[in-house]
Design a protein around this ligand. Structure first.
Ligand code: G3P
Ligand code: MG
Length: 249
């Protein structure tokens, strides 16, 4: 299976955030174990230009360290404990680099790389990601998403065959036309902006729609009924069960 085939996607948010420390290897392993077909993760750029897998722009909330990723060296980040804050059984889990996640799990699960900004976009992050995807031959296994349009615009000509997804959460007039004009294949749409007519419009134009990020079955069901192509969630196992019940998986 490649990322661009339109099959229903069980998208594990930051791995399986409901069960393991987000954006760590244990979280991605858990997502696989629970039946996710794609794992979402977030990347930032360290001071020495390494692609660091973390949600926040600083390490404070999810490690035992402090400081902004753009100010820290990889040598400093790799020493941090990214598991103890979540639970003693995860003590010693490390902050991974994107390469490490790819090496550990990309042959078993598709990956959705969300490129983050700190207060401002990271210069060079798009080029580094493009090189890594090319070197590892992962164009068919990865979807890249971002709220930051400038990243998607920069990536498009670098990797014409890579699936790109616009992330958005507020009403965005003409978003389908915007995606077509920019050559983006998918819309990663906050659940509040998903409706059946919207999904039908997107599908008629050949666009993929994935909704994010309900954690309760009652929040997932309307998205499936609207016809989305996938759903992001902290609890992949709940979505797997519902999607099977609803006949989309
Ligand atoms: O998949 C969408 C979601 O990841 C965007 O929000 O803040 O969890 O990165 P956030
Ligand atoms: Mg994200």
């Amino acid at each position: 299976m490649t990322s661009s085939e339109r099959t229903f996607t069980v998208l594990g948010h930051r791995g399986a955030k409901g069960h393991a420390p987000e954006n760590t290897l244990p979280s991605f392993e858990k997502a696989i174990e629970l039946g996710a077909t794609m794992a979402e993760l977030d990347i930032h750029l360290s001071r020495d230009d390494k692609l660091v897998v973390m949600h926040d722009k600083d390490v404070d909330r999810t490690t035992n360290g402090t400081g902004e990723i753009r100010e820290l060296l990889w040598e400093e980040i790799q020493q941090l404990d990214a598991g103890s804050w979540y639970g003693a059984e995860f003590a010693g889990a490390r902050v991974p680099r994107l390469e490490e996640v790819f090496d550990a799990v990309a042959d078993r699960i598709l990956i959705n790389v969300e490129i983050k900004s700190g207060d401002t976009p990271y210069p060079g992050i798009v080029e580094r990601l493009a090189k890594l995807l090319t070197d590892r031959n992962l164009i068919e296994r990865v979807v890249v998403s971002s709220f930051e349009v400038s990243y998607l615009k920069a990536l498009r000509p670098l990797l014409p065959d890579l699936e790109l997804a616009l992330l958005y959460s507020k009403p965005r007039p003409d978003v389908c036309q915007e995606a077509l004009d920019e050559g983006w294949q998918a819309l990663h749409t906050h659940l509040s902006q998903v409706s059946k007519p919207f999904v039908e419009e997107a599908h008629a134009l050949g666009l993929i729609v994935r909704g994010w990020n309900p954690n309760e079955v009652d929040g997932m069901r309307p998205l499936i009924e609207a016809g989305v192509d996938g759903i992001g969630t902290d609890y992949p196992e709940r979505l797997v069960e519902l999607a099977k019940e609803q006949g989309v998986l």
